[in-house]
Design a protein around this ligand. Structure first.
Ligand code: GDP
Ligand code: IMO
Ligand code: MG
Length: 429
């Protein structure tokens, strides 16, 4: 297969960064197509950790990295990331990193609104990352967003910012009781970003399509996860973009015929950052053990991630929604040392067992997981390199995932490091 989309099947933080970094070696180009710096994708190479929020996780493999039109980009964060990578000896020239001229810019008022709105919501807050993601996508949909192409046209940029800031300041001050922002300061700050990033801005649809035409392999890197998707996730406890594989096309400017496979990343248990229902959440010492052993802290905000058993109703939902062709199971090592392990195979609701993920949060909130209990293992599997060498109970756990989801497992990750991964079937052939 030549062009593959990698997506998260749960609520994000499945280990997409690690899988993308690993598979990037078989590709020529890595493309982000949605989201922004709400993402935190971790790569660990030779014991050294890199967390990327905007730059695609193919950068450490020296691949061409693309920020697609479906993204919302905070230029200050992107510049920081470029500088950080440069300091580590990784060159980020315009021929390596390209930004879509149609990608939307996160502006200071987006961040201010995100944070102030969450504060006003109080108990009803979504628990956003506070990076301005939602407000930026709102402006895109209401046609008052600002794109990279506008940043390169100073008069257009000035006019757009001046007009919109009037409305934003009114909302910030009057409704959210937050401070108004100064237009001159924004214009001066963003003109520096324009100078810094201009050479990277291009029509990435042409770049990606030309690459595909000439037989190059492209990997599309999803951010967030299926159940944070704006349409199919646990709305309103979701992010503001379409996180599904189908959006790799719209968020980049390619046709669907070019997608040859979809790799669904599944954490061996479930985690969630922020608010919203979570049927298999563990509020006991097992949940705490998994949180500690798995070092489950948000890579973007540092918040503690909520932990629970693997929910295959969710994973099956993700497989259908994304057209997943193979699974990458991550963090399997974290489950070591537990006497037994539960897998959720259904939800009990109103005395009946249902096996589809409900749209209603009232229903989802009332669902109780139906578990299949499997024996645990005590062996340390973090250095196992071959599937055959895995302990019997680990293989049994993986086999049940394959059977229940009716989807083959291609990859098993047993540690954060790039090399600590078992590739059963390379999706790139
Ligand atoms: P992403 O947002 O999907 O890229 O995932 P994150 O990077 O936010 O979170 C995944 C975390 O798990 C990171 O700290 C990774 O280094 C770590 N990780 C990935 N795979 C494994 C694994 O197989 N075992 C362990 N113990 N950690 C892993
Ligand atoms: P990666 O790509 C986990 C969550 C936030 C919040 C909700 C909305 O690292 O998997 P937003 O700031 O997007 O408006 O927040 O979505 N969220 C994530 N959770 N991993 C992520 O990204 C996330 N990006 C957003 O915690 O609940
Ligand atoms: Mg993450």
């Amino acid at each position: 297969m030549s062009n593959i989309v990698i997506i998260g099947t749960q609520w994000g933080d499945e280990g997409k960064g690690k899988i993308v970094d690993l598979l990037a070696q078989y590709t020529d180009m890595v493309v982000r197509f949605q989201g922004g710096n709400n993402a935190g994708h971790t790569m660990v190479v030779n014991g050294k950790q890199f967390i990327s929020h905007l730059v695609p996780s193919g950068i450490l493999q020296g691949k061409i990295c693309i920020l697609g039109n479906g993204m919302v980009v905070d230029p200050a964060v992107l510049i920081d990331e470029i500088d950080h990578l440069k300091n580590q000896g990784i060159t980020i020239e315009p021929d390596i990193l390209k930004i879509s001229e149609k990608a939307h810019l996160i502006m200071p008022y987006h961040r201010a609104i995100d944070v102030a709105r969450e504060a006003v919501k109080g108990q009803r807050k979504i628990g956003t990352t506070g990076r301005g993601i939602g407000p930026c996508y709102e402006d895109k949909a209401s046609r008052s967003g600002i794109r990279f192409i506008d940043l390169l046209e100073p008069e257009v940029f000035k006019d757009k910012v001046t007009t919109i800031l009037e409305e934003k300041n009114f909302y910030l001050e009057r409704y959210l009781s937050a401070e108004a922002l100064d237009v001159t300061a924004i214009l001066s700050e963003y003109s520096k970003y324009a100078q810094r990033l201009a050479a990277h801005v291009t029509d990435v649809s042409i770049t990606v399509n030309n690459a595909i035409k000439s037989g190059k392999r492209v990997l599309f890197e999803g951010a967030q996860g299926t159940h944070l998707d704006i349409d199919h996730g646990t709305y309103p406890y979701v992010t503001s973009s379409s996180t599904l594989s189908g959006n790799a096309c719209c968020g980049t400017g390619i046709g669907p015929q070019h997608i040859s496979g979809v790799e669904g990343v599944v954490k061996a248990y479930t985690t969630r950052v922020g608010a919203g229902p979570f049927p298999t959440e563990l509020s006991d010492e097992i949940g705490e053990k998994i949180q500690k052993k798995g070092a489950e802290f948000g890579a973007t905000t540092g918040r503690k991630r909520r932990c629970g058993w693997l929910d295959l109703i969710m994973v099956k939902n993700a497989i259908r929604l994304n057209g997943v062709t193979g699974l990458a199971i991550t963090k399997l090592d974290v489950l070591g040392g537990l006497e037994s392990i539960n897998i959720c195979t259904g939800y009990r609701y109103n005395g009946k067992v249902i096996d589809e993920f409900p749209a209603s949060l009232t229903v989802l909130g009332a669902c109780r997981p139906v578990y299949e209990t499997l024996p645990g293992w005590n062996e340390d599997i973090s250095h196992v390199q071959q599937y055959e060498a895995l302990p019997k109970n680990v293989k049994n756990y993986l086999k049940r995932i394959e059977e229940i989801t009716e989807t083959p497992i291609d990859i098993v990750s047993v540690s954060p490091g790039r090399d600590q991964t078992i590739i059963i079937n390379n999706p790139f052939g």
